[in-house]
Design a protein around this ligand. Structure first.
Ligand SMILES: NC(=O)c1ccc[n+]([C@@H]2O[C@H](COP(=O)([O-])OP(=O)(O)OC[C@H]3O[C@@H](n4cnc5c(N)ncnc54)[C@H](O)[C@@H]3O)[C@@H](O)[C@H]2O)c1
Length: 467
């Protein structure tokens, strides 16, 4: 009888254990698997896009490692520090495999990706030659373009139609046909095209209905071409990523569409060279309560992006995005003696001899104990598109994950990758790169039903065990 009772108890306990484990799993999001191939649509197939593709094709052939990519090389700690669980991120969350990606896109020029990469002159020619066939095969479709928004450019590969709505439908046809042709059941859209002139959202951006009416109303001057792409993408069930400082999806109308279609959106402006440094150094100064008198940032660059930004209307978009960073990190409201009166200047100078090999200088005037002044000089000889490429890869994989996890609207957890992160109305963006990184990893843990890591760590010490 005792024997029978023991077996019965063991059976009940194992049931409780199973239900407990199931309960834990229930907290994880129900994420659809990354089955089949995914199509990546690039708007703009210039320096960044051709660098992303040269890299991905080289990586697929085992010729290079995905350096700079958190999704491909990064690990994530799970549980307590003594559990020694740190899987690769791509093995922890169900990301699309980079071998399952297909590519297409639009540009106002007809250059295929091989020609575009040669023109941009970012990558080494041996790396480009190694993937020449793959690059030759990707040719841009006709773009939606309006010279008023990018005065420095004009190209022949442009769609025509009676209004923006008609152009949006042409983009939707491109999306549908290419997905069918490439055998892909899902896709994402990434804006890697030129920065548009700065326009704030206006009344046509208040509601989706007002925006659609404006799109039907010929070529309304407040509808940006980038918004036509975003409208087409979201309407077709594609997440949209904004890699430029454009205000494309920073308005109620397009966010209404994203929510209606349950599609994620993320942006804006890839955080690559100088701003990446700013969001690394800025938080460091603030953590040590060092004051700031001034931060002067200047750049020379000679690529097409630099040429477009040479126009004051387009530079304004970039300036707004670059300037916002320090204000939120330093939080002058709470620290007026340290950060209440600093001078912040950002300059971008178009200097053709440099091509994509940008040079950035920062002069930072700080002050410390007894108000003693000190200076920091940063001279970053960076390659913009080389820094941007892994960021593009990570964001397109993460936004696809978000979509499969049912996370729609603004994806604030992807702030880590952007100069001017999107946040819900009424919130200020988090610019501190270390907080952004923690937020990103905790979001992944949360998605998978793992314990969040607070870094408190008192459980390792005796006093806490006695509590
Ligand atoms: N390089 C970086 O590190 C970096 C960092 C942050 C943001 N960005 C932004 O990323 C974008 C791309 O940068 P890039 O260096 O590849 O520039 P790029 O000039 O080499 O490429 C942009 C391409 O977009 C095309 N284009 C312009 N308008 C278009 C439209 N309406 N439709 C389709 N194509 C269009 C242009 O013809 C060009 O080929 C820019 O907005 C830039 O400000 C770049």
């Amino acid at each position: 009888m005792a024997h029978f009772l023991l077996i019965y108890l063991a059976f009940r306990l194992s049931l409780i254990y199973i239900f407990f484990l199931e309960g834990l799993k229930m907290t994880a999001r129900n994420i659809q698997p990354a089955d089949g191939k995914m199509l990546v649509f690039f708007v703009g197939m210039g320096a960044i896009t051709s660098t992303v593709l040269t890299g991905i094709f080289n990586i697929r052939k085992g010729l290079h490692k995905p350096i700079g990519s958190l999704t491909q090389m990064g690990h994530i700690r799970l549980g307590k520090r003594n559990e020694n669980r740190s899987p690769l991120i791509r093995e922890f969350v169900p990301l699309a495999n980079i071998n399952d990606l297909e590519f297409a896109g639009w540009d106002i020029f007809t250059d295929n990706m091989y020609e575009s990469a040669r023109h941009a002159a970012v990558v080494r020619s041996e790396d480009l030659e190694a993937v020449k066939d793959e690059m030759l095969a990707i040719k841009p479709m006709k773009a939606v373009f309006n010279h008023e928004w990018v005065k420095k450019l004009d190209g022949p590969n442009v769609k025509s139609g009676k209004n923006y709505m008609e152009l949006a439908h042409q983009l939707m046809d491109d999306i549908k046909n290419t997905m069918k042709e490439k055998g892909c059941s899902r896709a994402v859209m990434v804006w890697n095209a030129s920065t548009e002139a700065y326009h704030k959202p206006c009344e046509i951006h208040e509601t989706l209905a007002a925006f659609e009416k404006a799109m039907e109303d010929g070529f309304h001057p407040e509808v940006a071409p980038s918004q036509v792409y975003a409208y087409a993408a979201l309407s077709m069930g594609l997440p949209y990523i904004n890699g430029s400082p454009n205000c494309t999806v920073d308005n109620r109308a397009i966010q209404e569409l994203a929510n209606k279609m349950k599609m994620p959106i993320a942006g804006k402006d890839w955080k690559t060279g100088q701003t990446l440094m700013k969001t690394i150094i800025g938080p460091g100064l603030k953590l040590r309560m060092l004051g700031l008198n001034g931060w002067f940032s200047t750049n020379i660059l000679g690529n097409r992006d630099g040429e477009v930004l040479d126009d004051p209307a387009n530079f304004k978009s970039k300036e707004v995005s670059k300037l916002s960073v320090l204000d939120t990190i330093l939080d002058a409201k709470n620290y007026p003696e340290l950060y209440g009166n600093y001078y912040h200047k950002v300059r971008i100078n178009y200097y053709p001899p440099r091509g994509d090999e940008k040079e950035a200088w920062d002069n930072i005037d700080i002050f410390g104990w007894l108000n003693m002044p000190m200076q920091i000089k940063v001279n970053f000889l960076c390659r913009d598109s080389i820094l941007a490429a892994p960021v593009v890869l990570d964001t397109l994989l993460f936004i696809d994950l978000a979509r499969r996890a049912g996370m729609y609207g603004i994806q604030e957890w992807m702030s880590f990758y952007f100069k001017s992160p999107m946040v819900a109305e009424g919130l200020y963006p988090e610019h501190d790169v270390f907080i952004q990184h923690t937020k990103l990893k905790n979001t992944l843990r949360d998605m998978m039903g793992e314990e969040l890591i607070t870094h408190l760590g008192k459980e390792y010490y005796d006093y806490a065990k006695e509590d």
